[in-house]
Design a protein around this ligand. Structure first.
Ligand SMILES: [Zn+2]
Length: 130
């Protein structure tokens, strides 16, 4: 999925990855990579460059442009996209008040273990559509 979430654009232009600053951001706990170009993706080669940027992660910020997310279903990628935007907005708001304390790797892993369950995912999806 590709979109132009303003929160992702803001973080990308200051070179800050989205981090797990709230529970909704645990799937970005390693910090989202940043594709360092505002270019429109109009060729296969540019598409390959963006596709290779996330590595083993599910999201990449595109500097001054937006974000790309990958998942194994449309429902999951939509859920990730909503949470990327929500997490980025929380990170931006928190940073205006002071130093942002992100979750530790251990805190992130514990929450991912719960969130990754099918029931948790379906519950969040239902919550989103209400
Ligand atoms: Zn675009």
């Amino acid at each position: 999925m590709h979109y132009h979430a303003e929160s992702a654009i803001v973080l990308s232009v200051v070179g800050q990855p989205v981090r797990a600053v709230a529970n909704c951001g645990v799937f970005f706990g390693k910090g989202t990579p940043i594709y360092d170009s505002p270019a429109l993706i109009t060729t296969l080669e540019l598409g390959r460059q963006v596709a290779e940027t996330p590595g083993d992660q599910c999201a990449v910020l595109m500097r001054g442009h937006g974000a790309v997310l990958v998942a194994d279903s449309p429902e999951r990628v939509l859920w990730l996209g909503v949470n990327l935007d929500k997490t980025a907005r929380i990170q931006i708001m928190a940073s205006t008040l002071g130093t942002v304390k992100a979750h530790t790797d251990e805190e992130t892993a514990a929450i991912v273990a719960v969130e990754a369950g099918a029931n948790a995912f379906e519950g969040r999806l239902l919550e989103f559509y209400r």
